[in-house]
Design a protein around this ligand. Structure first.
Ligand code: 5GP
Ligand code: MN
Length: 326
């Protein structure tokens, strides 16, 4: 599947790297690593992000050639290849940026690990069994025998992606291959504790207080089911001076409680819509549920979606449809 990759790359001069909206550690890690790789490989490149990541990921973008979509002013004609990382449908970059992904008249390569890719790229490298796009980027470059162009900074970014998409190397998606890739990254200079501190030791007092409040006051177990949920309204978020990323990972907390195998986190956005995150373990899967009821999708054990109802109505719907989850 990767045979066509190197020729497409070799024929390009200036490459636009794209990833999904609200970019997470895997999106940022894959994009930053790819940019370092391309520069070392002798290709001009630029990272185009639909919007900003959480504050704790910003340091990985320092010094990188990147723009947010709203500030992007490089003419499309300057690019001759697009790389689509960590998403498999144009709508995942958000309504504003989607026309660029759908309409830019260049060759496109997808490198992604989500199930059910849409065919919008000239080359689709889709491996849903791989834990992270970051690991897949390494695999692809390794299979093409060009992974030697990954410098220490690129390896740190790949480590970021693998670490964040596997809950620090503990999800079922982690395999011996994951650890083989990690070994390679460490041999090229990555110091795990440094990446871990950069990502996880970035709390503010308000952030911790918001999370404590959510756990103490908003953790609801749906009686008689293995499902628990946490919801936060705009008013509650504002009370704790919410900053992007402050609720990241909160959805995993209920899953650590005995007897809970499905966790849902709901956050009211400024526009009144509700962003939903689903996590599960064992025999329970959440992606089809997210797709069917909440306009979303994702992986078996980690999915997301959006509700156009109020927060209260969304919670009622979740409880009503929860029979479908178990
Ligand atoms: P998170 O809960 O971290 O926002 O998202 C978890 C996973 O669910 C993501 O890796 C992504 O695969 C998927 N996901 C999140 N939001 C959406 C969405 O709105 N639509 C789709 N199709 N997938 C989503
Ligand atoms: Mn990912």
């Amino acid at each position: 599947m990767t045979d066509a990759f190197k020729p497409l790359l070799d024929n390009a001069e200036n490459i636009l790297i794209t990833t999904h909206k609200s970019p997470d550690g895997d999106a940022i890690g894959s994009a930053v690593a790819f940019s370092w790789f391309l520069t070392a490989y002798g290709k001009k490149n630029h990272i185009l992000l639909p919007d900003s990541p959480a504050g704790n990921l910003m340091s990985f973008l320092n010094g990188m050639p990147y723009s947010y979509f709203e500030d992007f002013n490089i003419p499309n004609a300057e690019f001759d290849l697009m790389i689509c990382l960590d998403y498999n449908h144009p709508y995942r970059v958000g309504v504003a940026m989607e026309p660029i992904v759908s309409n830019m008249a260049v060759s496109k390569i997808m490198i992604d690990h989500h199930p059910n890719p849409t065919e919008f790229c000239d080359l689709t490298i889709s491996r849903p069994e791989v834990c992270s796009t970051a690991q897949l980027v390494f695999e692809v470059l390794n299979e093409c025998r060009i992974d030697s162009y990954l410098n220490k900074e690129a390896c740190e970014a790949l480590y970021l992606g693998i670490m964040t998409d596997t809950g620090s190397f503990r999800f079922p998606s982690v395999t011996a291959k994951t650890h083989e890739v990690l070994k390679e990254l460490l041999q090229r200079g990555v110091e795990p504790h440094i990446i871990h501190e950069k990502v996880f030791d970035q709390n503010t007092k308000e952030r911790i207080q918001l999370r404590s409040y959510a756990i103490s006051n908003k953790f609801i177990h749906i009686e008689g089911t293995p499902i628990a949920y946490i919801s936060l309204s705009q008013e509650e978020l504002n009370r704790y001076d919410y900053q992007k990323g402050d609720t990241e990972g909160l959805v995993n907390i209920p899953l650590s409680v005995k007897g809970i195998s499905i966790s849902v986190f709901m956050k009211e956005n400024e526009d009144g819509k509700v962003k939903m995150s689903f996590r599960s373990k064992g025999k329970y899967f959440v992606n089809e549920f997210a797709q069917k009821y909440f306009d979303g999708g994702g992986h078996k054990y980690a999915a997301g979606g959006i509700s156009h109802d109020t927060l209260d109505e969304t919670i009622k719907k979740l409880i009503l449809y929860s029979k479908d989850l178990v």
